[in-house]
Design a protein around this ligand. Structure first.
Ligand code: BG6
Length: 490
């Protein structure tokens, strides 16, 4: 197959050469693009567009027993036999706790000016609440100073899944509103001490994922399979925790500090772009996100959500809804794959979810279906449905097989192809005025990928987990070029 394609390909090239045509079409296209006259390329990203990269604490830090850190539910879960695909855990991970200076240099080498990382709650409050551990916060003080000294703006996430084990043991974690309150206390404490250098705080990362996977299906920590009513109640406690944290941050941070959430929006895409399908997809976006983003951005559960949940709906008060609906300064969207393709329907509710054909393409992770248009549609529809003024793409990227060649290179052409196509769609969105202010590539470097252990590699830097050597992949150079041009070179 490959050789017949190659032969045809070369025959064609040879034919063109014979006609003396090889150089001219390319040259013409290049000079047209240089003059900015290529009608097919959207305008570059806005001048002040924020380019960044992202990581999370448990996935890279290691040092799980150092300087008074308490255990988290992910320590317990990853040490439970059979839970992690390759039997590993985050005890060592990328040793970022000790190698953070080297890692800040890697960020700088990409030419990005922003870095999204997460703070480990059990480093700051080893028991979840009560007595803080100043040594834990000191690590983030060191990291922030290093970032700022290198001209990199920190974007801090307060919860990327490493819940203090003590809270799980004492109150059942997110099953109790005690955890929502403890989260707010911890968030206020951190904001008070770090907001002299951190201007952007994200509360929860992907409540929709950690709740459903961890408390519903039992495949993430803490590994529970709650019945629907209890799961919905826990869901309510996560959004309540977000709202309480927004208030606590506003009460204790310096003036000008901005706060929002980072959510894996149930990303809906119209089957194809007709006005009916687009309208249907707006309705679907609202309903399919009603339990997380919807209630946060509207301060209420939709009638559809409450009717669908029936007797399993969460119990809540009007006051709680007010807290949950506290105004956000921005919304972070983690966007990897199209989750739902939507078509208009004559039947109620006016839209239907189309099934994925088995042949739908995906990247190295099976869940990571390829649909670059999702990064155009999800922010566009979210901005329209909830009237959002500032959106960050807080995560986007892909796993790849990433083999190191004998001469120490990683030619991750599939990642480059993925990023090129997604970023072109994002560029299209900003060119059309969709209010996306920045983009954080997941991930800076290969890391502990939760239940996949070290088997899945998402980094633009390759990590040898034995020697801890970091090597830039070809995609690091690709991303640096995009950042430098503030556009996808087409
Ligand atoms: C996102 C998470 O959902 O996806 C990241 O916020 C994670 O922490 C990334 O690394 C990839 O997910 P997974 O499940 O393939 O490791």
């Amino acid at each position: 197959m490959f050789s017949s394609f190659s032969r045809r390909h070369f025959a064609k090239l040879a034919g063109l050469a014979a006609l003396g045509l090889t150089a001219s079409p390319t040259e013409a296209a290049e000079s047209k693009a240089k003059q900015g006259k290529d009608r097919h390329a959207p305008a570059p990203f806005p001048k002040d567009f924020v380019w960044g990269t992202a990581t999370s604490s448990y996935q890279i830090e290691g040092a799980v027993k150092e300087d008074g850190r308490g255990p988290s539910i992910w320590d317990t879960f990853s040490h439970t036999p059979g839970k992690i695909g390759d039997g590993t855990n985050g005890d060592r991970a990328n040793e970022h706790y000790h190698r953070y200076k080297e890692d800040v240099r890697l960020i700088k080498d990409l030419g990005v000016k922003a870095y999204r990382f997460s703070i480990a709650w059990p480093r700051v409050f080893p028991e979840g609440t009560g007595k803080p551990n100043p040594k834990g916060l000191d690590f983030y003080n060191r990291l922030l100073d290093e970032l700022l000294a290198n001209g990199i703006e920190p974007y801090a996430t307060l919860y990327h899944w490493d819940l203090p084990q003590a809270l799980q043991d004492k109150v059942g974690g997110w099953q109790s509103s005690e955890t929502s309150k403890a989260f707010a206390e911890y968030s206020g404490y951190v904001a008070e001490r770090l907001s002299d250098r951190v201007k952007y705080f994200f509360t929860l990362n992907e409540a929709g994922r950690f709740l459903n996977f961890g408390y519903g299906w039992g495949i993430d920590a803490p590994g529970l399979k709650l019945p629907t009513a209890e799961l919905n109640q826990a869901r309510h406690h996560t959004v309540l925790g977000h709202g309480l944290a927004v208030q606590a941050i506003r009460a204790s941070a310096r003036k000008g500090t901005k706060v929002g959430i980072a959510e894996n929006i149930a990303a809906c895409v119209p089957a194809f772009a007709t006005p009916e399908h687009i309208r249907a997809t707006e309705m679907a976006t609202r309903e399919l996100n009603a339990g997380f983003l919807g209630v946060i951005l509207e301060g209420k559960y939709t009638d559809g959500f409450l009717a669908y949940s029936g007797k399993d709906a969460p119990k809540f008060t009007a006051d709680e809804l007010k807290i949950i609906g506290s105004k956000n300064d921005f919304v972070g969207l983690n966007i990897y794959a199209p989750q739902f393709y939507i078509a208009a329907s004559d039947k109620k509710p006016g839209w239907s979810v189309l099934p994925f054909p088995a042949s739908f393409p995906h990247m190295n992770s099976e869940w990571l279906r390829i649909g670059p248009e999702v990064i155009y549609w999800a922010p566009r529809l979210a901005a329209k449905v909830w009237n959002i003024e500032n959106i960050f793409i807080t995560e986007n990227g892909t796993s790849s097989e990433d083999k190191l060649t004998a001469d120490g290179k990683v030619n991750d052409l599939d990642r480059i192809s993925f990023l090129r196509n997604y970023l072109l769609q994002l560029q299209r969105a900003t060119a059309e005025g969709v209010p996306v202010r920045g983009y954080f590539l997941w991930s800076l470097m290969d890391n502990f990928e939760w239940i996949f252990g070290f088997e899945k590699r998402f980094g633009v830097y390759h990590v040898d987990f034995e020697t801890q050597a970091r090597v830039p992949k070809l995609s690091a150079a690709f991303y640096r070029d995009v950042v430098a041009k503030n556009a996808i070179g087409v």
